[in-house]
Ligand binder design. Structure first.
Ligand code: DAH
Length: 363
């Protein structure tokens, strides 16, 4: 410690003609000593002593450094040493100023009834919303088997939301997908599912296609424990020249085992969607009871996962794919529902209430 301060009494030559790097080391050492000394300062008087000693007018560390290191340095070093002095001593001045401020606050507090030993105001750090966490988990699973993530707009046209998915205007399948139409943008609606991105992606890209599409979707629904006018989906689509029903089932099984645990079994039930043929509902063996029956699975041993199917050849007609050459599968997961199942949440509205007592439980 004392060593570096003694060096401030030495001239450039006597210091051993340091290089730039040598000077940098000297300055660093000086700064270390200064901040060490400053830590020990406990009163305004001590702070003044520190100031005079380090940056005072006469015989301070700063004035000695100016006199001995700078003035006696050879011309080619002067510029560099000068700027070093400027930067490092500006730093010391800053430390001095904040120490002064801190002492002033303590001074004020001492004369009053402010108790500095009381804990401060905690500003809690938030956590990722459970829906976001669930999305991340889904991305990890599907990324690991080669699906990439594609996003689309929440405002869609009826063509992409319905027609190109093989749902013509007067088709009854539109009934359970009533949505919000934009009054000041006629011809636009809020998408009822993420499926329109199947069409938009295939329009732009030739097979192979392997995508998942996250996003918010809208329905004309009254909010209750399992319904909401806005919820979250993850669409999946895989199209290539040789995709079979086995690939389809294997992919979903992989997903279910990654998401709910390795012992999970899946089963298919026949279903109907205009854009898949055949269509299926996937069930998974109940992750709570393992299949023996409990409240979560309503004593059936199975929980309904989501709708899916092999892409209907009619859809390929809308995107200029040759249905004789390509085949594929698609699925549409309800992310809120999956999160509710996995984390045992019984009220969908919890996701949207912004109640930190709920959110905090999923750090
Ligand atoms: N779009 C359907 C819905 O929101 C879900 C769905 C079912 C998506 C089957 C698919 C699929 O891609 O193949 O109800």
């Amino acid at each position: 410690m004392a060593n570096i301060l003694e060096k401030t009494n030495l001239t450039f030559e006597k210091l051993g003609a340091p290089s730039e790097a040598g000077f940098q080391a000297l300055f660093d050492e000086l700064l270390g000593v200064a901040s060490g000394e400053l830590e020990g300062v406990g009163s305004t008087e001590e702070l003044e002593t520190f100031r005079v000693r380090w940056v005072g007018r006469n015989n301070s560390v700063k004035s000695r450094v100016n006199e001995n290191w700078l003035r006696q340095a050879p011309p080619e070093m002067k510029r560099w040493v000068g700027s070093g002095i400027k930067v490092y001593f500006a730093h010391i001045e800053e430390m001095l100023a904040s120490a002064k401020e801190a002492l002033e606050i303590i001074g004020l507090a001492n004369g009053s009834d402010i108790d500095l030993s009381l804990p401060g105001v905690t500003r809690p750090i938030g956590t990722r919303h459970l829906i976001s966490q669930t999305y991340e988990e889904l991305y990890r699973i599907f990324n690991s088997i080669g699906f990439s993530i594609v996003e689309g707009a929440e405002i869609e046209t009826p063509y992409y939301n319905f027609e190109a998915l093989n749902i013509p205007e007067h088709h009854p399948a539109r009934d359970n997908m009533d949505t919000f139409y934009l009054a000041n943008a006629p011809g636009y609606l809020l998408r009822t599912h993420t499926s329109p991105m199947q069409v938009r992606t295939m329009e732009k890209q030739k097979p192979p296609v392997r995508i998942v599409v996250p996003g918010k979707v809208y329905r004309r629904d009254n909010p209750d424990a399992t319904h909401s006018f806005m919820f979250h989906q993850l669409e999946g689509l895989a199209v290539d020249t040789d995709i079979t029903f086995c690939d389809f089932k294997g992919t979903i099984e992989y997903f279910a085992q990654q998401f709910f645990g390795p012992q999970t079994r899946v089963r298919l039930r026949p279903s109907y969607f205009p854009f898949t043929e055949p269509s299926a509902e996937f069930d998974a063996s109940c992750h709570v009871c393992g299949g023996s029956g409990c409240r979560t699975c309503k004593y059936s041993g199975w929980i309904e996962l989501f709708g899916a199917g092999m892409v209907d050849p009619a859809v390929y007609g809308f995107v200029d794919y040759d249905p004789k050459r390509v085949s594929g599968f698609a699925f549409g997961l309800g992310v809120d529902r999956l999160a509710m199942l996995k984390y045992g949440i019984d009220d969908l509205q919890q996701f949207f209430r912004n109640d930190t007592r709920f959110l905090r439980q999923f750090p």
